[in-house]
Each structure stands twice: as structure tokens, then as C-alpha cells.
Design a protein around this ligand. Structure first.
Ligand SMILES: [Zn+2]
Length: 189
């Protein structure tokens, strides 16, 4: 008789409730801040099942197939994954994820590029309130049209840089630290 072939260990499916929680926390996007793709997200176990990690929301992070493969090739360090997770957890509680994508968007713009109306300002309300974005009233044409410009603030830039770096200490500093520029001899590192 033929010996029974060992079946590959079948990974238990992550319960839908947990999956939804993890994806919601990440805004249904890849957790890598330079990526943020919406497509075909895998849930990656930060601690593998063999390391005692389970199917809990704290242990799962959404990655697109490309970044998942990059992680397994060692191109994304494990510490960065933990850092991305910690920022998603902090952000999803302190802000809303749309705000964070708006922050990433602002970061890509040159200064004073984004001119918006009053209701446009409201969209950036949370970022402005948190000091991550700056708003300025623009000179207008004979008061007929009032416009504003919204830019990422120095603090916002520090947060985005820390997030992209995947460095946990930097993120902690950016999220909870004092306002940059007012300490450390006026230098923003
Ligand atoms: Zn990705």
C-alpha cells in the first residue's frame, strides 16, 4: 500500500469578523505607507502560527501580494511591519483612515498647490486640528471667492517620514512627541 502523503498544513481561515476588523483598521489598504494599494490584500501574520501567533486582529496586518512577497524575501524588515501596524492602530483610533490618506496625499504636493473652498477645508478638519496640516486663507478676488490653501505641516511631514521609515522609535516620537522645530535647537531631524 502506498504511504499516505502528508497533506500540506491547511491554514485555518481567519474568521470574517477578525478580517473585517483588520481591514477596517487599515482602511482596506496595504499597510505599507508607500504602497497603500486597495487590491487583493493578504492578511499577514506578524507572529507566525509556529511562533505562537494567532488569528487575532493584533497579530494580522494587510499586505498586497507584492509587499507580502517582498517581506518574505527579506526586503521589508519585520520591525517595519510592527511599526506599520502600530501606526495603523494609533491612527485608526486617533484619526480616521481617510484623513491619513489625505495626509499622505498632501505630502506629495508642493506647497500651496491645493487651493480649496470652505467646505474643502472641512475635509481636512481632523488633520488641521491635530496640527498635521496647515490652512491659510488666500487673498481673493474682491471677496467674491474665498479660497484656502492646505499644506502638510512640519509635524505632519515628520509623521509621514517616520511612518515611511518603519522605525518604531521615530513613529512614537512623531505621534506623541513635542511639536518638532520647537526643541532640539530648532532642528527637525
Ligand atoms: Zn503593498
Amino acid at each position: 500500500m502506498k504511504a499516505a502523503k502528508a497533506l500540506p498544513v491547511e491554514r485555518k481561515k481567519v474568521p470574517l469578523r477578525i478580517k473585517t476588523e483588520v481591514l477596517t483598521e487599515a482602511g482596506y489598504r496595504c499597510a505599507v505607507p508607500s504602497c497603500r494599494t486597495l487590491l487583493l490584500l493578504d492578511l499577514h501574520h506578524m507572529y507566525q502560527v509556529s511562533e505562537g501567533g494567532g488569528d487575532t486582529a493584533e497579530n494580522l496586518i494587510p499586505l498586497c501580494p507584492n509587499d507580502h512577497a517582498r517581506y518574505h524575501r527579506g526586503e521589508i524588515p519585520k520591525e517595519a511591519i510592527f511599526a506599520y501596524k502600530s501606526i495603523l492602530v494609533a491612527i485608526s483610533r486617533a484619526f480616521d483612515l481617510e484623513s491619513m490618506d489625505r495626509l499622505l496625499f498632501l505630502e506629495t504636493l508642493s506647497k500651496d498647490f491645493l487651493k480649496i473652498s470652505g467646505d474643502g477645508v472641512l475635509i481636512f478638519g481632523r488633520l488641521i486640528a491635530a496640527g498635521l496640516a496647515d490652512v491659510k486663507l488666500k487673498a481673493n478676488n474682491n471677496d467674491l471667492i474665498v479660497t484656502y490653501t492646505v499644506n502638510i505641516s512640519q509635524k505632519g511631514r515628520l509623521l509621514v517620514d517616520a511612518w515611511r521609515s518603519g522605525d518604531h522609535a521615530e513613529i512614537t516620537r512623531a505621534v506623541s512627541g513635542p511639536i518638532p522645530g520647537l526643541n532640539d535647537a530648532g532642528r527637525v531631524s
